[in-house]
Ligand binder design. Structure first.
Ligand code: GTP
Length: 363
């Protein structure tokens, strides 16, 4: 029993990506599910038609059963949901047209057409799903009403045919409305989750990466470095005497200074560099493809830019300085150790009088 459950789970999850909330995952799942359900149901119907000695219907249903399984195989091999959904859906539509044309077992075939609206909308989404349904309704109306059923292999009363069309239109409308609401809810949830994902990564004050995100990004760069050797330098930058600034000019002014500094750093660094607010008045710069020598040159540039920064409080211009510690992260080193070295250098810069940079290069 457990083995069967594991087998079915593996079957339904074939081809799913690790993007949990991706809508294409839903389509892949629908293809797997529908190919399984379609294969089993048409297989059973084929067996039933065979028992009833309706061999042509049994053959058609048997072929349909194989087609549904092929849809699953197609999706497994090609990972192309557009192809596999079209393959499954259009073969289903052809089967339904055949059931309407032939009447199926005891003229009950048309009852199956009501599975098309939800399946078409699940597989093709609102717009194409509605088009599929309208085309289908036009085709079966033509087959049923043309010259009073001359194209049919069976007979239906006029009332049966009109009610079939009305009820089909009703199911299509309700399924479309459901798909519309589902899609809106999905889009809303997606936007919300993207927004929160971003908020979880950013420091709300400076809009720079926060410490957690910086560590994740640093881990990514470190893994890249292990595959393709490159220099990575780290700069820990701390605002000098920031407590004094807060105490003298107020916390709000302190916040403004941090925002201005963040902008200044963003202008100084390259796009591939990662600037993060490491905590409080401390920033961490992650510099891929940067040697210690280049990181020192950059630190000098930052000192220059910060020196020229105009932090206005009322009519007074406040001058800010920063201290920095630089280290290099090597492929064999632990991230934690490289940050600790930068931290020690920063401490040295502070005790040596601030407004300067200490780097492992000098050791
Ligand atoms: N305005 C503001 N202040 C902050 C923020 N985060 C931390 N601080 C303040 O930053 C100050 C840091 O003070 P200290 O750690 O003593 O360092 P410092 O005064 O900069 O002295 P040195 O680092 O030795 O030059 C503290 O007063 C914190 O309250 C923030 O988001 N906004």
């Amino acid at each position: 029993m457990l083995k069967l459950k594991a087998l079915l789970t593996a079957y339904f999850q074939t081809g799913l990506t690790d993007k949990k909330y991706d809508d294409s995952n839903r389509r892949i799942y629908v293809v797997n599910l529908f190919s399984f359900v379609g294969m089993v149901i048409t297989g059973l119907m084929s067996f039933n038609a065979f028992i009833q000695q309706d061999y042509l219907l049994a053959l058609v249903l048997f072929i349909a059963s194989i087609i549904y399984f092929s849809g699953y195989l197609l999706q497994k091999k090609t990972h192309n949901t557009v192809l596999s959904t079209a393959f499954i859906l259009y073969s289903l539509i052809f089967l339904m047209i055949y059931l309407v044309y032939s009447g199926g077992v005891n003229n009950t075939g048309p009852l199956w057409i009501f599975i098309i609206p939800p399946v078409a909308l699940f597989m093709h989404g609102l717009k194409r799903g509605v088009i599929d349904n309208l085309v289908f309704i036009v085709v079966i109306s033509f087959i049923m009403f043309y010259q009073n059923g001359a194209l049919l292999d069976t007979e239906y009363s006029f009332q049966f045919k009109t009610r079939l069309i009305y009820s089909y239109l009703t199911v299509t409308f309700l399924s479309s409305f459901y798909e519309f609401s589902r899609n809106r809810t999905y889009q809303y949830t997606l936007e919300l989750s993207k927004k929160y994902e971003l908020l979880a990564k950013l420091d709300p004050l400076t809009k720079l990466s926060n410490r957690r995100d910086a560590l994740l990004l640093l881990e990514q760069e470190h893994s890249k470095q292990k595959r393709n050797p490159m220099n990575i330098s780290l700069i820990l930058c701390d605002v000098d005497k920031f407590k004094l600034i807060n105490d003298t000019y107020g916390h709000n002014f302190g916040d403004k200074v941090l925002i201005q500094l963040a902008e200044c750093f963003q202008n100084a660094l390259r796009e591939q560099d990662i600037i993060s607010r490491w905590g409080g008045e401390e920033f961490l710069f992650i510099l891929p493809e940067t040697s210690l020598r280049d990181a020192n040159i950059l630190a000098e540039k930052i000192h220059r830019l910060v020196r020229n920064l105009q932090c206005q409080h009322d009519k007074t211009t406040i001058h800010i300085t920063v201290s920095m510690g630089i280290s290099e992260l090597t492929a064999t080193q632990r991230i934690r150790d490289a940050i600790n070295i930068a931290d020690k250098c920063l401490y040295q810069a502070k005790v040596s009088g601030r407004n300067q940079t200490i780097s492992t290069l000098a050791e």
